[in-house]
Design a protein around this ligand. Structure first.
Ligand code: HEM
Length: 413
């Protein structure tokens, strides 16, 4: 049975301790959560992502106070009411728009850091898988948010992406589970209309954020036992190192506690990030907004060139240059490939790519190829760019097919 000190002052340290075990929670989650010493600023990206998600939630709540999820008024509620009538409405919109774009840049840096340092192996597979789940959830959150201003790109991107789902069910699942009318079911109408906007609104402001919060908690939980990796791939004995640190042998120990030592480093990197972030918000917000989306949605006027936001361009370019059916298979492959990374990389070596021979070449070719796909995805399809897109997309697919063979016989670094 629990014992409570009847004389403890309400909300005093002792009173809280007896009810919430505050010091124990702090010990487990912060004061004795051990982080390797040898990590660089790239390990701050995770906390920057968490902070940017917080900014998205807060700015989103302010926008939600004036946004109207109605096909007749949505466009004006954003472009007129929020931007011109509501005090500082423009600021919240720019913060939300810039954060939505920058969050993907940080996600990619965070992912590529993980790949470069082999942080998806040696007990860290669940960290990787939960991270990839977050990538998919953020993609769905960004896509559903893009629908809300109900501009030309919202409408037509909505049309194109829901058509893709139609392609999958008719061409591939068709034989097993024929589902005619799937696209209409998804849209709630023959074309994107009120039902479509209402359900994407619900997804964006309620269901997706809820699931994302759960996935972030899961991602953090998956870090707890294997701990974070380090920039040398050292197999740190966390228990032994923690003991050394606690016994005052801080120099000999390979670890530092999360709070306050590591956190102070994280907060410094976050400070630099926020300077850049608010510079973009105040001086270059337009990079996060597509000019075509400043025209209201019109189902009778297809834009000359439909393309997604920059962070989806690489996977769009894997779909686009091929005939539709093959393009869908390639696109599906690209989505699954990154999930499978811990199982495609057959080498037990955990080390920076620079010390992993062929894998180093693989890594940099993959980064260059994804940048090429991103650039090509924005260019109009024609006789020059389409063949180039085909080559870049084929290289991407071949890279992932080759990975198990490249890593199978890797020599220990
Ligand atoms: C979008 C929300 C995300 C948040 C809030 C988040 C947060 C974090 C945090 C705080 C860490 C520990 C510190 C660090 O290494 O930065 C971490 C580690 C990690 N995350 Fe994420 N992450 C997110 C998305 C992702 C994605 C998309 C991936 C890629 C699949 C990923 C893969 C990893 C890996 C592999 C580690 C371990 C790094 C290591 O051990 O060195 N995370 N994450």
């Amino acid at each position: 049975m629990a014992h409570f000190d009847e004389n403890a002052k309400p909300f005093s340290a002792k009173w809280l301790e007896e009810r919430l075990a505050v010091s124990e929670v702090m010990r487990v989650l912060a004061l004795e959560y051990w982080i390797p010493k040898n990590i660089n600023f790239l390990w701050a990206m995770g906390m920057i992502l968490a902070a940017t998600f917080g900014i998205l939630v807060v700015s989103g709540i302010f926008l939600l106070m004036y946004y109207q999820p109605d096909v007749k008024t949505a466009f004006d509620s954003v472009n007129y009411i929020i931007m011109t009538e509501v005090g500082y409405g423009w600021l919240w919109r720019h913060i939300h728009g810039v954060a939505a774009s920058v969050v993907f840049l940080i996600i990619y840096i965070h992912m590529f850091t993980g790949i470069y340092y082999s942080s998806y192996k040696r007990g860290r597979e669940m960290i990787w898988l939960s991270g990839m789940l977050l990538f998919v959830l953020f993609s769905a959150e960004a896509f559903s948010g893009y629908m809300l201003p109900w501009g030309q790109m919202s409408y037509w991107a909505g049309m194109v992406i829901t058509n893709l789902f139609g392609g999958f069910t008719q061409d591939f699942a068709g034989g097993i589970a024929n589902f005619p009318g799937f696209v209409e079911w998804l849209r709630g109408d023959y074309v994107p209309a009120q039902a479509f906007l209402t359900r994407f609104f619900m997804l964006h402001v309620f269901l997706m954020p809820l699931v994302i919060i759960g996935a972030i908690v899961f991602h953090f939980a998956s870090l707890r036992i294997p701990h974070v990796n380090n920039q040398d791939g050292d197999n740190v004995d966390f228990e032994e190192s923690a003991m050394l640190y606690k016994n005052g042998m801080k120099k000999e120990s390979q670890v530092i506690p999360f709070q306050p030592v590591f956190l102070s480093k994280d907060v410094f990197v976050m400070g630099v990030y926020f300077i850049l972030f608010f510079y973009l918000v105040f001086f270059h917000f337009e990079f996060a907004m597509d000019p075509v989306n400043f025209d209201p949605a019109d189902g009778l006027k297809t834009p000359a060139h439909i393309y997604p936001e920059w962070y989806f361009l690489w996977s769009y370019e894997i779909l686009r240059p091929f005939p539709f059916n093959f393009g869908l298979v390639a696109f599906g492959f690209a989505q699954v490939a990154f999930f499978l990374l811990p199982f495609l990389d057959k080498s037990p070596v955990v080390a920076p790519a620079s010390r992993r021979g062929l894998f180093n070449i693989w890594f940099w070719v993959m980064v260059a190829d994804m940048i090429a796909l991103t650039v090509l995805g924005k260019l109009p399809p024609n006789d020059t760019f389409t063949p180039m897109g085909k080559v870049a997309a084929s290289i991407f697919i071949l890279l992932f097919i080759a990975l198990p063979f490249i890593t199978k016989n890797e020599k220990k670094a």
